[in-house]
Design a protein around this ligand. Structure first.
Ligand SMILES: [Zn+2]
Ligand SMILES: [Zn+2]
Length: 382
């Protein structure tokens, strides 16, 4: 028997989301999904049909969902199965948790809350999780920053993740969800089981970082700035008044504060030549360059090249480095790890360890910001 499931496409607008406290996240977005096993870990789930009584799944029950003959096919224990274009596992108790196994891959151990909608696109399954915002934020903090850090540092990360979520709430709205769970948006690997992270999120619930225009800021962060953060206009096309250079005394003793890499002098000369540099006829060109503070471009004679480009081309940890010739080698002596814009995570950890709170940490790295409830923000979707 083939049955048809009710398709529910609910568009959650910005303010509706705030009221409901929910957000739609696409799960396993980077994976081509052929079939999955949906498993109930807590509570119970309901599947609705047009023409029949709903099916209930209790704790321990599962359902196989696959893409089959251009449709989403669902098979539960004791049911003959059905196909549809869209179906939803709807939580029944408010405490409902589920897990997903992808095909024959081993279980990930990830636990998700809320509902799961299964649709199809371009021949693959698409999983959309409508989940609690605080649980989502805690999951992002865990996935992006790890566990075992000072609570005030974790709170700063919670505000960064929440600010990002509200700023980019419409990033995937055309596809029927808000954000994906990959690094394209923010990494999300299910609920966090870390009590400190969950506490940090609940104690800051609703708080975001706003610019002077009352919009959620572009909450950029990186691992280590090397002692000086970078203004956004030197890395990306647009400048932001809150992403300005800050001298950071906190991170210079941390793990990623320094790095070196060496290449041959020939490699360096070839690279410069391929980038448009011509050797002067008289005398030896000076290939060295020293960055005491951050500079935008490497310069020798009238030739210049952005450090961000050199960083990309040589896969360097940062664009904050000096170039020194030593015999047949060119040595890059670098500071920091990452693009250097916004909050420096290793510096923020040191600030927290020295007794600074999350507000002081955020105010230090982001210029001219307001820390406020999202209800005081302008709607970025407008
Ligand atoms: Zn995305
Ligand atoms: Zn730093």
């Amino acid at each position: 028997m083939l049955r048809v499931v009710i398709s529910i496409q609910v568009f959650l607008a910005f303010f509706a989301l705030q009221a409901s406290g929910q957000v739609k996240i696409r799960l396993f977005a980077a994976k081509p999904l052929h079939w999955i096993v949906f498993n109930v870990n807590e509570g119970s789930y309901r599947l609705d049909f047009y023409d029949d009584a709903p099916i209930y799944l209790k704790k321990g029950d599962n359902a196989i969902v696959s893409f089959y003959n251009g449709k989403v096919a669902v098979k539960t224990k004791g049911d003959s199965g059905f196909t549809c274009d869209s179906m939803v596992f709807t939580g029944q108790t408010g405490q409902d948790l589920f897990s997903v196994r992808v095909g024959n891959e081993p279980a990930t151990g990830r636990i998700y809350d809320g509902d799961l909608q299964c649709i199809h696109d371009l021949g693959f399954l698409v999983l959309i999780n409508t989940c609690n915002i605080d649980r989502y934020i805690a999951g992002v903090v865990q996935a992006e920053g790890g566990t075992g850090k000072n609570i005030e540092y974790i709170k700063s990360q919670a505000l960064i993740a929440r600010t990002y979520m509200y700023r980019y709430l419409n990033k995937h709205i055309i596809d029927g969800y808000n954000l994906c769970d990959g690094t394209h948006c923010q990494a999300y690997m299910g609920n966090s089981q870390d009590p400190a992270i969950n506490r940090a999120v609940l104690e800051t619930t609703g708080l975001v970082v706003l610019g002077r225009d009352s919009l959620p800021i572009m909450s950029a962060f990186h691992s280590n700035c090397g002692g000086e953060t970078e203004s956004s206009e030197n890395v990306w096309l647009s400048g932001q008044p809150y992403l300005k250079k800050v001298v950071d005394p906190y991170c210079t003793g941390s793990r990623n504060a320094k790095w070196t890499k060496s290449i041959t002098v020939k490699e360096w000369k070839d690279y410069l030549r391929n980038s448009g540099f011509t050797t002067p006829e008289a005398g030896k060109p000076d290939l060295n360059f020293s960055q005491i503070t951050r500079q935008k471009d490497y310069r020798t004679g009238s030739f210049s090249l952005p450090f961000t480009k050199i960083r990309d081309d040589f896969n360097l940890k940062s664009s904050f480095f000096s170039v020194v010739q030593s015999g047949d080698s060119m040595i890059f002596r670098g500071k920091g790890y990452g693009h250097g814009v916004g909050l420096c995570q290793e510096g923020a950890m040191v600030m927290a360890a020295q007794g600074k709170n999350y507000r002081q940490i955020l105010q230090f790295y982001y210029s001219n910001i307001i820390i406020s409830d999202i209800r005081n923000a302008k709607n970025p979707a407008q």
